[in-house]
Design a protein. Structure first.
Length: 84
């Protein structure tokens, strides 16, 4: 992956896009730190689809909750007075 300082990426945006379209994601840095990655739209769609395919379902998450059949002691709290 090629790193581009933000100013260089702005000045040579066509080169950044062309490299991304050729299959090489391009990382843009701001103040020396990674800020964004430019990648081809079809690669982005593939990654989104892959993420959705691997995401757990609600039913799966609920079934993973540990179950415990033991009894538990209920706290005895005083009731509030009720004015009717």
């Amino acid at each position: 992956m090629t790193d581009w300082p933000l100013q260089d990426a702005k000045n040579r945006f066509s080169a950044v896009v062309d490299a991304a379209l050729d299959g090489a994601p391009q990382r843009v840095t701001r103040r020396g730190r990674p800020a964004v990655v430019v990648l081809a739209a079809d690669e982005y769609e593939r990654l989104c689809h892959l993420e959705k395919a691997n995401a757990p379902t609600l039913a799966g998450l609920l079934l993973e909750i540990p179950r415990d059949d033991r009894d538990f002691d209920r706290l005895r709290l005083p009731t509030r007075p009720l004015d009717l």
